[in-house]
Each structure stands twice: as structure tokens, then as C-alpha cells.
Design a protein around this ligand. Structure first.
Ligand code: HEC
Length: 135
């Protein structure tokens, strides 16, 4: 397990290194710009170009700590992004289920177990990046 995690982290570091070399961005930031900014906005304030066509406004991701007595709700954010383990509430979810989307891509490259590690790591990187956006 420790060995697999180390492999996952070194693969991500390699990925992040490529991105960072090009644009000086962390892996989490690059993934955010690619996958999340269209709805949540470049700075996570909920003002992306697709926001106006959604029924539910995309959350302002810079105020998650503020809404939780000043503490960043890390595991709730992680679970919402992943989305696979949430019990569906009433009405639909407008945000893609990222855990499902990522594992479909990652399992193709790394197999089911390696893929799950990479998917989990990607969601951790995103969650940590969102933590840095708090005001
Ligand atoms: C298609 C538009 C869309 C995209 C793309 C999108 N989101 Fe969302 N997101 C939403 C909407 C709309 C909500 C509000 C809840 C709902 O309806 O699903 C939301 C809610 C959230 C929340 C919950 C905030 C809270 O108040 O608890 C988090 C965290 C989040 N998104 C993170 C992300 C991340 C990370 C990505 C990229 C990997 C992303 N979103 C991409 C539309 C989007």
C-alpha cells in the first residue's frame, strides 16, 4: 500500500512537473483550470462562463471555510468532488461526478487499483488547491 501510494505520488509529481514547467502551476491548479473553471470561474468565485446556463448556480468555492466557522471542510469537499459515495438528494446534481469521470480515464492507463489511487490523489490535489482559495 505504501509502495503503491509512493508510485501514485511520483506519477503525479511527474505530471505536475510537466504542467509546472510549462505554466508554473501546481497539479491541483492546472486540473482546476481545465476541469472546473468553466463553471466555478478562474478564481473559484462561481462566475465561470457556463454559470449562466446552469439551473443551480455553481458554488463560490472561496467561501467554504467562511460557511464552516472558519475551518476548511476538507472531507466534505473531497466527497462532493468525488461524488460517487454521496446519497443522491432531491433533484439532480448539475456538477459532473468527478470520481466516476476520473476513474474511467485513470483505469485505462493504470488498471483498476492503480487507477483508483490516481483518481483519489487527483481529488486530494483539487481539494488542497481549493483550500488555498479561501478568503
Ligand atoms: C458543469 C458545471 C460545473 C463544473 C464543470 C464543476 N462544477 Fe462544481 N458545482 C457545480 C454546481 C452547479 C454546484 C452546486 C451543487 C450542484 O448543483 O451540483 C457545484 C458544487 C461544487 C462544490 C460544493 C461546494 C459546497 O458548497 O459544498 C464543490 C466543492 C465543487 N463544486 C468543486 C468542483 C471541482 C473541484 C470541479 C472540477 C473538478 C467542479 N466543481 C466542476 C457545477 C460545476
Amino acid at each position: 500500500m505504501i509502495k503503491q501510494t509512493a508510485v501514485a505520488i511520483s506519477m503525479l509529481a511527474a505530471l505536475g512537473g510537466q504542467v509546472a514547467a510549462q505554466e508554473e502551476m501546481s497539479y491541483g491548479e492546472a486540473e482546476f483550470v481545465n476541469s472546473c473553471a468553466a463553471c466555478h470561474g478562474e478564481r473559484g468565485m462561481g462566475d465561470g462562463p457556463l454559470a449562466s446556463i446552469l439551473t443551480t448556480p455553481p458554488a463560490d468555492l472561496t467561501r467554504l471555510s467562511e460557511g464552516n466557522k472558519g475551518a476548511f471542510p476538507y472531507y466534505r469537499v473531497f466527497a462532493v468532488i468525488d461524488g460517487r459515495y454521496l446519497i443522491p438528494g432531491h433533484g439532480g446534481r448539475e456538477m459532473p461526478v468527478w470520481g466516476q469521470q476520473f476513474i474511467e480515464e485513470d483505469a485505462k492507463t493504470y488498471g483498476p487499483n492503480g487507477g483508483e489511487l490516481i483518481t483519489t490523489e487527483r481529488i486530494h490535489e483539487l481539494t488542497s488547491y481549493i483550500e488555498t482559495l479561501q478568503r
